[in-house]
Design a binder for this molecule. Structure first.
Ligand SMILES: Cc1cc2nc3c(=O)[nH]c(=O)nc-3n(C[C@H](O)[C@H](O)[C@H](O)COP(=O)(O)O)c2cc1C
Length: 305
């Protein structure tokens, strides 16, 4: 029997299968290249890049909670030039689209990174992180204030021809309107959701378990929330949606696809089982064969409500 077609287009990026690895959970590639075959991934999304290098937040920066993880890394990264010099040459050696996640404290920061990335070879797209809960200024605000969200997207759009994928905050009340605004501002796709603002306290010491006091919750604990938001966002726009949040196996990814996501990203699960994304690819293929579907595209948004 012919193998099901796993190929998808995400805002002009051709992916051989719909499974990416989520920003911040896969480093810049070399960290995982000895563990899995990067060429088998749909795309690699690298850790958030800013105009300048930054060392992030004080430790502890992660804590495990029931069915999840709270992190406040603080967007540690080598800066855009550091990424281009240290990591991009390595990533260019693979047959996998590289999507660069970007962030900044001001609109000008976002513009600067987008413009710099536009000028180099080997980048398939830009994911615009307007939704990180772990830095004090900038990023998260751009994702929760509609005017700032629009301003940053319009500005970035002018600076790059690369496909733009705004990454939405897990805004429970307004996800549809943020999704629509992204589309109006020229986004080629949207991705959601980022980790959910969260906190954990050590009751013996009465101290926060995270150096930054608050962080972002990710992993299975957030999965049903993410599925609902992806389902809502997908109905609001025509551009493709990338769904993420708590994928630990094929069924979790299939939920996002049935809810309307064209592609998915595996995040926190990479830390405990680096083969998760590849297991998800194989599981989607099995599912399509079992259900007599010739292409994963047929499954997108196929929820029987
Ligand atoms: C340690 C860690 C670092 C992250 N760093 C980033 C980042 O730099 N940029 C970003 O947009 N999202 C970042 N995220 C969010 C993930 O990309 C993803 O949206 C979120 O974790 C939900 O997916 P998951 O439950 O599969 O991890 C990070 C998540 C974790 C756990």
């Amino acid at each position: 029997m012919k193998k099901p077609d796993l190929g998808v287009e995400v805002g002009g990026i051709h992916m051989k299968n719909p499974v990416m690895v989520a920003s911040g959970t896969f480093g810049y590639g070399p960290e995982y290249a000895g563990l899995i075959d990067l060429n088998r991934l749909g795309a690699v999304v690298v850790k958030g890049i800013s105009p300048w290098p930054t060392s992030g937040n004080p430790p502890p920066r992660t804590v495990e909670v029931a069915s999840g993880l709270i992190n406040a890394i603080g967007l540690q990264n080598p800066g855009v030039q550091g990424f281009i010099d240290q990591y991009l040459p390595f990533l260019r050696g693979f047959d996998v689209p590289v999507i660069v996640n970007i962030w900044g404290r001001t609109v000008a920061d976002y513009e600067q990174v987008a413009e710099r990335l536009d000028a180099v070879e080997g980048i398939a797209g830009v994911e615009v992180n307007v939704s990180c809960p772990n830095i004090k200024e900038g990023s998260a605000l751009f994702g929760t204030d509609p005017d700032m969200f629009r301003r940053v997207l319009v500005a970035v759009r002018k600076k790059t021809r690369l496909p733009l994928i705004p990454k939405l905050a897990p805004d429970l009340a307004n996800i549809r309107s943020f999704a629509k605004t992204a589309e109006e501002c020229g986004a080629d796709a949207i991705s959601l959701i980022n980790s959910i603002p969260a906190m954990a306290i050590d009751v013996e010491t009465r101290r926060p378990k995270i150096g930054n006091v608050t962080g972002g919750l990710s992993g299975p604990a957030m999965h049903p929330i993410a599925v609902k938001l992806v389902w809502e966002a997908a109905q609001a726009v025509r551009i493709p949606v990338v769904g993420m949040g708590g994928i630990a196996g094929p069924a979790d990814a299939l939920e996002f696809i049935i809810a309307g996501a064209t592609a998915v990203a595996v995040g926190t699960a990479n830390f405990t089982d680096p083969s998760t994304a590849l297991r998800v690819v194989d599981g989607i293929e099995d599912y399509l064969a079992r259900h007599g579907l010739g292409a994963v595209r047929q499954l997108v948004g196929s929820l029987q409500a």
